[in-house]
Design a protein around this ligand. Structure first.
Ligand SMILES: Nc1ncnc2c1ncn2[C@@H]1O[C@H](COP(=O)(O)OP(=O)(O)OP(=O)(O)O)[C@@H](O)[C@H]1O
Ligand SMILES: [Mg+2]
Length: 221
């Protein structure tokens, strides 16, 4: 096992329906801390499955995920571990439409022991970082799609995670917003040293990622 890797998967497999569907097969992958990794592949090839297994949203049928050299399955069971170390961004943003930007971004801080003022300060910083300070009090349902994705990214970042897992974060965006979001991820990766694993169909993403891997039929190419 490589201790310099933030994430390592060893022979990771996920089968469904008694093994008839092999969503992921024998994937061994090393992701060094600080890397911006792209994951590409055809629809149904197992990209989301891989991301879910890495983030502990799903369990492998066999194989192992390591987080900083420790078995992820054990770490993720610790209360608050994933909340404090992982950030998720999905194609559909899962925001609360009636809450405003500040409230949505602050949600993960709910159980934090920080003072009210510190929480507010943190939320404002991150909202500023993703470039929507002018919308801080706007309800999410009044925002554009690109702005909503920025809210989702800010929320994923508010706990200062070491790892951000993004599943087609630009899938619902036009080309201009896609480039904006990719550039934003790049900035976060470089400035905040966040390790990012991003599933994407975008050819452009290659220009932003440090490395891009390809999954086909559940296997790493
Ligand atoms: N809960 C499940 N039960 C049965 N089969 C599943 C389940 N989840 C995923 N699969 C199958 O596993 C395979 C991989 O799915 P996955 O969602 O990881 O693909 P993907 O690469 O993310 O595709 P897309 O680009 O369309 O999002 C597919 O054949 C899918 O049908
Ligand atoms: Mg998917």
């Amino acid at each position: 096992m490589n201790k310099d890797c933030l994430i390592q998967t060893v022979d990771l497999s996920r089968f469904y329906e008694d093994g008839r569907v092999q969503a992921l097969e024998g994937v061994s992958l090393q992701v060094p801390a600080g890397e911006f990794l792209g994951v590409k592949g055809p629809s149904g090839s197992g990209k989301s499955t891989l991301l879910h297994l890495i983030g502990g949203l799903d369990r492998p049928s066999s194989g192992e995920v390591y987080f900083s050299g420790q078995k992820a399955g054990e770490l993720y069971r610790r209360k608050g571990f994933r909340l404090n170390h992982l950030g998720f961004v999905f194609q559909s943003f899962y925001l609360w439409p009636v809450l405003n930007v500040l409230e949505n971004v602050s949600l993960p801080l709910m159980e934090s022991s920080l003072s009210r003022q510190k929480k507010l300060q943190k939320a404002k910083e991150i909202i500023n970082l993703v470039g929507i300070s002018d919308k801080i009090n706007a309800s999410v349902h009044n925002l554009s799609i690109g702005q909503r994705q920025r809210v989702a990214i800010a929320r994923a970042l508010i706990m200062d995670p070491q790892l951000v897992l993004a599943d087609e974060p630009t899938g619902n965006l036009d080309s201009r917003n896609t480039e904006n979001i990719l550039a934003l991820f790049k900035t976060l990766n470089k400035q905040k040293k966040v390790t990012i694993i991003m599933v994407t169909h975008e050819e452009k993403a290659l220009e932003y990622c440090d490395r891009c891997i390809q999954i086909s039929d559940g296997k790493l190419q």
